[in-house]
Design a protein around this ligand. Sequence first.
Ligand SMILES: *Cc1c(COP(=O)(O)O)cnc(C)c1O
Length: 456
Amino acid sequence: MPSLLDDAARRAAAYLSGLDDRPVSPPPEALAALSRFDEPLPAEPTDPAESLHLLDEVGSPATVTSAGGRYFGFVVGGALPATVAASWLAGAWDQNAGARSLAPSAAKIEEVATGWLLDVLGLPAESGIGFVTGATAANFSALAAARHALLRSVGWDVETQGLFGAPPITVLTGDEVHVSLLKGLSLLGLGRERIVRIPVDDQGRMRADALPPIDGPTLLCLQAGNVDTGAFDPAAEIIPAAREAGVGWIHVDGAFGLWAAAAPNRKHLMAGYAEADSWATDAHKWLNVPYDSGLVICRDPLPLRAAMSVSASYLILSELREPYAHTPEMSRRARGVEVWAGLRSLGRSGLADLIERCCRHATRFAEGLEAAGYTVLNDVVLNQVLVSFGDAETTERVIAGIQEDGPCWCGGTVWQGHTAMRISVSSWATTEDDVEQSLDTMLRIADRVRSAAVPG
Ligand SMILES: *Cc1c(COP(=O)(O)O)cnc(C)c1O
C-alpha cells in the first residue's frame, strides 16, 4: 500500500505541474488512445501498480485541464492544493460519512464547516447544512424541504401520503431559471412546466414589479448568479413583497453567486438574500474543492430533516446532528473534509481575495474584448462575461477556433436570442498572465475568423 500511494502521489504531482504546458482540451491522439481501456475484465487479479500506470499513461492525457488556470467553460473551479491533499487523506480513511457513529471525525468537521460557511456566506447561524454532490442535488433537497413545509402548513404530510390528492403548490421562478432547478421540481412531482415564470430584465434578473397575485401554498425560487450573466435577482425588493403577498417558502439557487457574500466589494449583490428560507450552492465551483461537492442550506433545519428522514421519527433525533438526516444519500463520502480544508487554508481574507480576483479577471477580459471592438452583452458584475464577435456564425466559429487552438477554453450560449461566448473565471489557479495569454488567443482567433470571412 505505501509504495502504491507514493506512486499515485508522484504521478498526481507530475500531472498538476505539467498543466501549464498542455492544451486545455485533450488532443485527438489522446482521445483515440482511450481505446486501450477496451479490454476484457481480467480473469485473474492484476497488479494495482500496473493499473495505476495505465490510468496515468492513457487517462491523464485525455483529461480536460480544468484544474489549470485557463479553463473558462461552464462554471468550473480548480481544486485548491489543501483540498486535494485533504481529499486524499479522507479517501484513505474510507469513512461512511452518512452516520456520526461510522465517522466521528467527518461528522465533527462538517459541523465546524457548517458554522464557518454560514458565517462567510452571511446566512442565519441557526441554519442546517447538508453536504451533497452539487447544486443540482442541493436544489432538489431544498425543494423537498419546501414541499414538506408548504404541504404541512395545509395539513398534508407529503412524506407519508405522497402527492396524489395533495393540495397543489404554486411554483414561481424567474424566466431565466437554471435547468437544475427544473430537474429538482420534476423529481419531486412538482413538474417542470406547471411553474409560473416571472419576466426578467436584459440581465436575466426577475422583475420585482412582476410578482403575480399569490393564492394557496406557494414556493418562490430566486437566483443569485445567473449562469450566463452572473446577475442577481433583486432579493431585497422581492423577498419582503413576496412574504407580504403570502409566499410560504423562498428558495435561492446560488450555485456560485452565493459566494459573492464572502467578498467585501461584491457583498452588495447578496443584499436581502439572507431573508430566504433555503439556499443551494456549490463548493466545487467557487470554493474550489474537488468534485463533487454541493451544499443545501435551510434556515429551519426541521423541514429538511423531515424531507430527508428515513422514518417519521425525525423529531426525536438525538441532540447531535446526524449527517444522513440532511441529505438524500445515506452512505456517502466525507466531502465536508475538503470544504473544511478549503476554508481553513484560505481563511476569511483568502476567500475574499479568491472571489474578488476572479471578478477582476472577468472585468479585464471584458475590457480587453471591448477595446478590440467586440460587444460584451452583460454587465460584468461578477465572474461571468458574455461576448459577441459579430453575427451568430462568426461567434460560433471563434468559439470553435479557440477550443481547437488549445491555450484556453470557452463555451458558447444563446443569451436572450444572441449567440455569445461565455467566459467564467472561477479558479484560484487563474493568474493575470493566464488572462493576458487567453485574451491574446481570443483576439488572434477572432481576427483570423473575421478576415477569413471578408470576401476576396
Ligand atoms: C452550476 C449550476 C447549477 C448546477 O450545479 P451542479 O454543481 O452542476 O449540480 C445550478 N444552478 C446554477 C445557477 C449553476 O450555475
